[in-house]
Design a protein around this ligand. Structure first.
Ligand SMILES: Cc1ncc(COP(=O)(O)O)c(C=O)c1O
Length: 453
């Protein structure tokens, strides 16, 4: 592994000012779950850890060697390297077709436009996601409709979907959030019953599996992101998986300015048979993706083993409730390791203070993905900005838009948003000792909760 130079930002995210002072002296390891001695690092004590966690992204000589010929060849936009990457990703995932895109947001946009999503259409999805799930729906003039989450798995609750279906519903849009997996059996069954399409947002769930089948291959179309932080990355990039030749031809054509492709043919031989955008992956992105795919499965396995170890250890700490998957999930992706932080068990210690205290101990944590802006997607500002636009004002009845906030209320998601704490996937690429450190730091903050309040 080539060690990236540690930037100031990385350094500050993995070590606190207190930890800098104490960098040389690591306290001896103590059994997790046992009381941790010493003052909290946030109050000037010695931190649990001063070593950084594994960096991300990780690249090797193989990545460098592979990209040079691409640069030298002089063909930098979509060509044979992208096709190779598509074939390889399709094979890895067990999908018939893969279309690479410039990023995950545009994978979702392309998928929905290929399905002809447009003004007046409704798509049922989860409020507990990142804004990139929702923007493509708004760009299409469609209405996202939110079904509340399952508080245990954090995924869209299938029990709440059917009540949201109207004659305008065209698709279900489950998001496998933070690497967990939605209940795809129930979601697909509802879709079949009501003749709806299923598009999976698998942007955070590379290699996640439902009954031994990879997420992204379980609905009509599955969308992925290869953005820098993701568990499989090429900096920026995305992909769509699908089984239907005709639908994937439409995706291809849309992502290539509406040019003819396969069954999408031009009537006058030189025209563009459909409306399209340009969302193509570049050759150098594909080159990085190819070499990253070589190590991605082993990395996913390491994450799983470390996360399973941490899960057991954390069970000893009160007030920490990890996200749990459905029994049918055969592989969890762990884009983030998510816990619910129950502040009442920590004598009211605010979550922000808990996160700062962990940071001071050398353990970077955050409020979880999708909520960096602090709002679930049913309260997202862009949604209400769209409602003010000419298009939405013309298409949707005033009463419908006025009733929207109440009809899309999702209290279970609201409480999850208040409680989430997440640890990024890169932290799970190291050793069991790294996991012990996370657990010891959580325990130490718990032991010192009264002092930290
Ligand atoms: C749930 C979810 N959907 C969609 C996206 C969009 O992917 P990208 O950042 O590659 O555009 C992301 C990632 O940022 C995401 O986390």
């Amino acid at each position: 592994m080539k060690e990236r130079p540690v930037s100031r930002r990385d350094f500050l995210s993995t070590a606190s000012a207190g930890s800098l002072a104490a960098a040389a002296a690591q306290p001896p390891p103590a059994a997790p779950g046992k009381a941790q001695a010493g003052a909290p690092a946030l109050l000037g004590g010695q931190p649990i850890r001063s070593r950084p966690f594994p960096p991300w992204p990780i690249w090797k000589e193989a990545d460098e060697k592979a990209i040079l010929p691409v640069l030298q060849r002089g063909v930098w936009s979509r060509d044979k390297r992208v096709t190779e990457a598509e074939q390889r990703f399709a094979r890895m995932m067990g999908a018939k077709h893969c279309l690479a895109t410039c990023n995950g947001t545009n994978a979702i946009y392309t998928a929905f436009r290929a399905l002809d999503l447009g003004p007046g259409d409704e798509v049922i999805t989860t409020p507990y996601t990142f804004v990139a799930s929702i923007q493509p729906l708004l760009l299409s003039g469609a209405l996202p409709v939110f079904a509340d989450i399952d508080p245990v798995t954090w995924q869209i609750d299938p029990d709440r979907i059917e009540a949201k279906i109207t004659r305008n519903t065209v698709a279900l849009f489950p998001v496998h959030i933070i690497g967990g997996v939605c209940d795809m059996d129930r979601i697909n069954a509802i879709a079949r019953k009501h003749n709806l399409k299923v598009v999976e947002d698998a942007c955070e769930a590379h290699f996640g599996e439902w009954k031994n089948r990879k997420v992204g291959t379980l609905g009509d179309l599955g969308c992925f992101s290869f953005q820098t932080g993701k568990a499989l990355t090429c900096g920026e990039g995305g992909a769509i998986l699908g089984e239907s030749d005709a639908l994937m031809d439409r995706c291809y054509s849309f992502h290539n300015l509406g040019r003819p492709h396969g069954s999408v043919v031009s009537k006058n031989k030189s025209g563009h048979p459909i409306v399209g955008s340009k969302c193509r992956m570049a050759e150098y992105q594909a080159s990085i993706l190819m070499t990253q795919m070589e190590v991605a499965v082993a990395q996913a396995q390491t994450r799983s083993e470390n996360a399973a170890y941490l899960l057991k250890k954390l069970a000893a700490v009160p007030g920490i409730v990890p996200r749990t998957d459905y029994a049918q999930v055969t592989h969890t992706a762990f884009y983030y390791f998510g816990i619910r932080y129950q502040k009442d068990k920590f004598d009211g210690l605010h979550r922000d203070r808990f996160i700062s205290a962990l940071g001071a101990e050398g353990i970077p944590a955050n409020k979880g993905l999708g909520v960096i802006e602090g709002l679930p997607m049913n309260k997202e500002e862009a949604l209400f900005a769209a409602f003010q636009s000419k298009l939405y004002q013309r298409v949707y009845a005033r009463e419908k838009l006025a009733a929207y906030p109440a009809e899309n209320d999702c209290p279970l998601c609201d409480s999850l948003v208040e409680e989430t704490v997440g640890f990024h996937q890169r932290m799970f690429l190291g050793t069991k000792e790294d996991m012990d450190d996370i657990c010891r730091a959580v325990q130490k903050v718990y032991d010192n909760r009264k002092k930290l309040v």
